[in-house]
Design a protein around this ligand. Structure first.
Ligand SMILES: Nc1ncnc2c1ncn2[C@@H]1O[C@H](COP(=O)(O)OP(=O)(O)OP(=O)(O)O)[C@@H](O)[C@H]1O
Ligand SMILES: [Mg+2]
Length: 264
């Protein structure tokens, strides 16, 4: 049986995904600051607008205006899509009070209810949901990452939507990892960065995509003005390209040592 796939908006990435993200999946996009996570989400939404999917973008990291401006640098007119009722941007950073879709709190239940309310208004048909970032909803309680991700996936699964959500590293107390979302997610696209010969390089790797014989290489990417994210070439494999950042590794080791020392 053929799996229906949803384009990411980056043609080369769709090829690596053997056609795109399986419809109604919940995909996590992770990685360090400035590596291209938000821009990938913008591609995903711009593609949705182009093909007539209804779209919801939740921004906790930047204001709505900032998102619209960033999109316009890649020639996507998000304001026009908003005016036509095809896109709703929920601004959870500035929380404009005059806004009918504003979130009062960074609360996961409120988020899910709001999304369902918008989806109902959109009516039948497939919808794209971008959440940037999901980690903001458990900033002060990183141990809840997994539970919250599970809740989102379970509840929204019934609403015919494909979800792409960014998530940052989070270290929980003695459990060492606070990824949480990554086990729940149907797919993981990870961004990396490194300095090579004094130049910032960015990379992308598909770490997981259920039901997909996806590509397994680390790819060098570029963010090009007026164009967006481009996949350039396979990276020469070097451990530091895909390993966790040193400070994260150190904290994990320290947390493990602490845990071990508690064992009598
Ligand atoms: N118009 C543009 N042309 C070229 N490069 C751009 C343009 N706009 C942004 N960039 C590059 O993209 C980077 C930001 O990427 P993006 O916002 O996707 O990062 P991110 O992974 O979401 O980071 P964070 O975790 O901080 O939100 C900028 O630092 C810049 O290098
Ligand atoms: Mg971002």
């Amino acid at each position: 049986m053929d799996i229906e796939r949803v384009s990411t908006g980056v043609p080369e990435l769709d090829k690596l995904l053997r056609g795109g993200i399986p419809k109604n999946f919940f995909v996590a996009v992770t990685g360090e600051p400035g590596t291209g996570k938000t821009i990938l989400l913008l591609h995903f939404i711009a593609k949705g607008i182009e093909i007539g999917d209804k779209c919801i973008y939740i921004t906790t990291e930047e204001s709505r205006e900032s998102i619209i401006r960033q999109a316009s640098q890649f020639k996507w007119d998000f304001q026009d899509a908003i005016n036509k009722g095809n896109l709703v941007i929920i601004d959870a950073l500035m929380r404009p009070i005059e806004d009918e879709y504003s979130l009062n709190r960074l609360d996961i239940e409120e988020l899910v209810n709001k999304v369902i309310e918008i989806k109902k208004r959109f009516g039948y048909g497939h919808c794209r949901l971008a959440i940037d970032s999901l980690s903001a909803f458990w900033l002060d309680k990183p141990a809840m990452a997994r539970k919250y991700s599970y809740f989102i996936k379970k509840v929204l699964n019934r609403w015919n939507m494909t979800i792409v959500a960014t998530s940052q590293y989070a270290i929980t107390t003695s459990d060492a990892f606070g990824f949480g979302v990554e086990h729940i997610a149907d797919g993981i696209i990870r961004f990396r960065r490194a300095i090579r010969n004094g130049v910032l390089k960015r990379y992308l790797i598909i770490e997981k995509m259920r039901q997909t014989p996806h590509d397994l290489h680390l790819w060098e990417i570029e963010i090009v003005d007026g164009v967006g994210l481009k996949i350039v070439r396979p990276a020469i494999e070097r451990a530091e390209d895909y390993a966790l950042p040193t400070h994260v590794k150190r904290r994990i080791i320290r947390a493990r040592e602490e845990k071990d020392s508690e064992i009598p």
